[in-house]
Design a protein around this ligand. Structure first.
Ligand code: SF4
Ligand code: SF4
Length: 507
């Protein structure tokens, strides 16, 4: 079969045994999602999470099997006789079998290629250096009506102590196992409210990493209100990755991202962001936008943050909230959002084809996942290669559960309770999400964010069925972009070779 140049992505890395069949052997299709890109038809193969280009002969055979359910090889050959030779049919069926598009009619479904169930070394530790914030964003999951942990009246300290932060460093280095580097992300609350501890922790971690022959990498998320010149100098000099939580131009930012007196924060943060972007050149700076029912103008927000303010990348996430809240995005809102995402994604494709940078990070992240070709067993790295730490040193599923007893995995000093972790991974495996069993997007979605599920359904175990159409629509769009790039500019996809996504946070 003549396929376009898709060497790394076209087939499974575990070839199936060759077909030992006769012309009478009946075949059936395995699960795949069909899409078109660059004038070519592709199959996204659900069991192997691979992308496969279908030529005309393959397409004809797939269509026949789709219509008939099962068919013998000789019947398939007869149906396309005159157009394709018997040899072509056999060769094509061999390719389709190796790529897991077809199988023998009675063969059991192949086991999905999944991430291991056993714990893996920690890749990212998200350290909540404070649970306090100087803004009062109405939609915030940490302080609003959907909060999991009472950080206002609870038992935990408002700020992480220097000692606990050092323990977090030791924990991150220890739990990174054989990995040559550890990654620490500072988070909050507003992270920079505990800047003194943060600064000392970076110095301590660099020293300790050197002592044990490792490197350590840092990033943080901030609302930008406390970005003073000395803080910016520190972030730039220490090569700390920075993500700014910001929602867009003034009228959008000031809708929700307000101080406790209701005053908007744009006027304060805009010049600080400008100063940061001018000075901090050692790492690309990203913006992270929370989308709500009232703030869905993705194109306008992107243009402002990327084109006008100068962020390298802009990532968008729909607000996590219970459906009855005023800022929750409705079904119609998700449809609108998908249209906007699609428009911006096509801009990304155009830029990629022309060799220009485009900063829509949601596309880049999904392309990366598609390129990796893992059928994910879990939606993100939480509890696997990523964990969160609360201000008192409790280790949790991820930063959004930091301090929650119900989602505790251990403590910095006692380490991870492997039984708890194993039980979590077993009970949250995609194979238990029966609603997802027939969904073609499950290799990418795997049921979606645990925190979103907890907020919506009161349990981390449930799949996020309220946004399936959105996820499938978005994955389809990214597949189209992936296919177009694979045909028209395959070298673009090489940037994703070897990039590991297992410790990722999808928010
Ligand atoms: S949550 Fe929905 S979109 Fe995601 S895998 Fe499950 S069924 Fe598919
Ligand atoms: S996607 Fe959700 S569960 Fe996973 S790390 Fe992010 S917030 Fe936590």
């Amino acid at each position: 079969m003549s396929t376009p140049a898709l060497p790394e992505i076209a087939t499974s890395d575990a070839p199936l045994p060759g077909l030992r069949v006769t012309p009478q052997t009946r075949l059936r299709l395995l699960e795949f999602h069909r899409f078109e890109a660059a004038g070519q038809t592709f199959a996204y193969l659900v069991p192997s999470a691979a992308v496969f280009a279908l030529d005309e002969c393959a397409l004809a055979l797939v269509d026949l099997l789709g219509e008939q359910g099962t068919a013998s090889i000789e019947a398939l050959a007869a149906a396309v006789d005159g157009k394709y030779s018997v040899q072509q049919v056999w060769d094509t069926l061999g390719d389709l079998h190796r790529a897991r598009v077809v199988t023998e009619a009675l063969a059991p479904a192949p086991a999905p290629k999944i991430l291991p169930l056993t714990p893996i070394p920690l890749q990212t530790l998200v350290v909540n250096v404070t649970n306090q914030c100087n803004l009062s964003c109405e939609y915030c999951y940490e302080y609003g009506e959907d909060k999991i942990v009472d950080t206002e009246n609870g038992q935990q300290p408002k700020f992480m102590s220097e000692e606990t932060a050092r323990e977090a460093v030791e924990f991150a280095l220890r739990e990174s196992g054989s990995n040559p580097s550890a990654h620490i992300t500072f988070f909050g609350g507003e992270t920079l409210m505990n800047f003194p501890v943060l600064r000392k922790t970076v110095a301590y971690a660099r020293q300790r990493a050197a002592d044990v022959g490792k490197s350590v990498d840092f990033s943080l998320t901030t609302n930008a209100t406390l970005l003073k010149p000395d803080v910016i100098d520190f972030l730039a000099d220490e090569r700390i990755g920075v993500t700014i939580s910001i929602d867009g131009p003034q009228e959008i930012q000031d809708k929700f991202r307000v101080f406790s007196n209701g005053q908007g924060s744009y006027a304060l943060v805009a010049p600080k962001v400008k100063a940061l972007l001018e000075r901090h050149r050692s790492r690309p700076i990203g913006a992270r936008v929370t989308l709500t029912r009232q703030t869905l103008d993705v194109l306008k927000i992107y243009r402002h943050l990327h084109d006008e303010m100068g962020f390298w990348e802009v990532g968008f996430a729909p607000v996590t909230t219970a459906p009855q809240r005023g800022h929750a995005i409705s079904d119609a809102g998700f449809d609108h959002l998908l249209g906007q995402f699609r428009t911006l994604a096509m801009d990304y494709l155009q830029a990629a084809l022309e060799g220009r940078h485009h900063g829509f990070s949601n596309v880049r992240e999904t392309l990366q996942e598609l390129h990796q070709g893992h059928a994910k067993a879990y939606p993100c790295g939480a509890g696997l290669g990523l964990m969160g730490v609360s201000t008192d040193g409790q280790v949790s599923l991820c930063h959004r559960f930091a301090g929650s007893e119900a989602h505790k995995f251990g403590t910095l000093t006692e380490g991870v309770n492997r039984d708890t972790q194993r039980a979590f991974l077993e009970s949250h495996h995609i194979s238990h999400k029966t609603d997802c069993a027939t969904c073609w997007a499950r290799p990418i979605c795997a049921g979606g964010c645990y925190h979103e599920a907890h907020t919506r359904y009161g349990t981390t175990q449930g799949p996020n069925l309220h946004y399936c159409e959105w996820i499938r629509g978005w994955t389809h769009t990214c597949l189209e972009i992936y296919g177009a790039l694979a045909v028209q500019r395959p070298e673009f996809l090489r940037q994703f070779d070897g990039v590991d996504h297992e410790a990722s946070d999808r928010h």
